[in-house]
Design a protein around this ligand. Structure first.
Ligand SMILES: [Zn+2]
Length: 128
């Protein structure tokens, strides 16, 4: 059986992103720029090539996914009130799904997806 990490041909941008997440890649927002740090030796050169090739699309996807979450979360913050648990949709408390937006999580140790964590980190850094 082929693993997800080996599946490169004809991959969509969203799939490349998923492979990155599953490999343990770190995704950060630094001064409005997205940075992807890939773990050494965990990704095939094919995947790394695809990542380079589709970098603008990957960044675009991430920015798009993070942007609407940031806007939704920002609207939940009231001045002089404690920051609530930032979630972008209701009724997504099932195991294996992001508690915030409800998309499936690649890692069991997470409770929020990367998009939602990036968005909430951005919000928290704004109000600090
Ligand atoms: Zn989420």
């Amino acid at each position: 059986m082929r693993t997800v990490i080996e599946r490169t041909q004809g991959m969509k941008v969203a799939e490349i992103f998923e492979v990155l997440i599953q490999s343990g890649a770190e995704i950060k927002l630094e001064r409005e720029k997205l940075r992807i740090k890939t773990p050494k030796g965990r990704l095939s050169s094919e995947i790394l090539n695809q990542m380079d090739q589709f970098k603008p699309e990957l960044v675009e996807l991430l920015e798009k996914e993070v942007k609407w979450r940031v806007e939704t979360m920002r609207s939940q913050i009231k001045p002089l009130e404690p920051v609530p648990l930032l979630i972008v949709k209701k009724n997504s408390e099932k195991g294996g799904l992001c508690i915030s937006c409800g998309i499936p999580l690649p890692l069991r140790t997470q409770f929020r997806c990367w998009f939602c964590s990036l968005a909430s980190r951005k919000i928290l850094s704004e109000i600090r």
